[in-house]
Design a protein around this ligand. Structure first.
Ligand code: GDP
Length: 327
């Protein structure tokens, strides 16, 4: 524990491995370490970075991370990639990426926990953030791939959410889900180099206009559109200035802490929902009765509502009876 606070990276890595482990014995120990780190956490700026595969996330994070360490920051790079278990960890965080940053003494690069479910991966990542903060990292970058629900999970754990985009994919917002655009604090068009530069500049104007159609968020921050070339390392400083300006605005108007408090509340509710759901489905009698009730439902002997009520009644009549209380 003291080692983590002193920034010992080997100990930090070991503690993270403990968090990532699915063994019940490790779970208890990991929770103890996290509890001890909590009082020393919370002091970093947490930045989420998303975008479709190939947009240049790892190249950008390498350039951005190196820029920040050169300014004297200590940068931790984490990833949320619930698919990594299926894909073998190839989408995010494979070890050949971010080579320079990974060897930078002021940076710490860690691939996504491959816990399977998004809820599991997200929880572990939040716990890893706590450890990294306790170890003195003052900027935490959380990368996620621009598909599925993982953006929502990352959005709920960061102070600033950055969407990386490409220009030249038509006039539309590239099929990016509206929800993601509403979540982002900035869109940055990457690969603004060579022949692409003028297209990127044009796209920037279009995107900025499109963003103006969204209502102003309560934080008072109007999402920005920037351009950069992660490969040529241009526009990187401007991205940082934008993030910093956002931080100053939100710290000044109280929304920085308010947002974190809301995130904590969200996590509490999420944990309750998840726990209730897990326990319901693990309940021995529920598991036993489920196929029988499904059968009745299939033959229209009961309605869906009645089926659900019966199963819920079984659970609530004896909620403590579980298949595997350790899970
Ligand atoms: P990710 O899948 O989003 O992490 O994308 P990568 O960082 O792996 O980049 C995908 C490809 O785009 C690689 O071949 C990079 O070399 C290339 N790339 C990344 N950033 C830039 C950039 O700023 N300009 C150009 N021209 N290519 C880039």
């Amino acid at each position: 524990m003291r080692g983590i606070l002193q920034g010992d990276r080997t100990l930090l890595s070991q503690a993270i491995t403990l968090i990532e482990s699915n063994l019940a014995g490790h779970f208890q120990l990991a929770q103890k370490v996290i509890e001890q780190c909590v009082p020393y956490s919370g002091n970093s700026l947490r930045i989420g970075i998303t975008g479709v595969p190939g947009v240049g996330k790892s190249t950008f994070i390498e350039a951005f991370g190196r820029y920040l360490t050169a300014l004297g920051h200590k940068v931790a790079v984490l990833a949320v990639d619930p698919s990594s278990e299926i894909s073998g960890g190839s989408i995010l965080g494979d070890k050949t990426r971010m080579e320079q940053l990974a060897t930078d003494p002021n940076a710490f690069v860690r691939p996504s926990p491959s816990a399977g479910s998004l809820g599991g991966v997200a929880r572990k990542t939040r716990e890893i953030i706590i450890l990294c903060e306790a170890a003195g990292f003052d900027i935490v970058l959380v990368e996620t791939v621009g598909v599925g629900q993982s953006e929502t999970a990352v959005h709920s754990m960061v102070d600033f959410f950055l969407l990386l985009m490409l220009s030249g994919a038509g006039d539309e917002l590239q099929g990016i889900k509206r929800g993601i655009i509403e979540m982002c604090d900035a869109m940055v068009i990457n690969k603004a180099d060579g022949d692409n530069l003028s297209r990127a500049q044009a796209a920037r104007v279009q995107y900025q206009n499109a963003l103006h159609l969204f209502p102003l968020p309560p934080t008072g921050w109007v999402p920005r559109v920037g351009i950069c070339s992660a490969i040529n390392k241009t526009g990187i400083q401007q991205v940082w200035e934008m993030v910093d300006e956002h931080r100053r605005l939100l710290k000044g108007n109280g929304h920085f802490l308010l947002k974190r408090a809301q995130q904590q509340k969200y996590r509490m509710l999420e944990t309750i929902n998840q726990t209730l759901t897990d326990r319901f489905y693990l309940h021995a009698e529920v598991q036993q009765q489920m196929p029988l009730i499904e059968e009745l439902l299939t033959h229209s002997k009961i309605t869906s509502y009645q089926a659900a009520s019966r199963l819920l009644d079984i659970y609530f009549s004896n909620p403590r009876r579980q298949e595997d209380p350790g899970k």
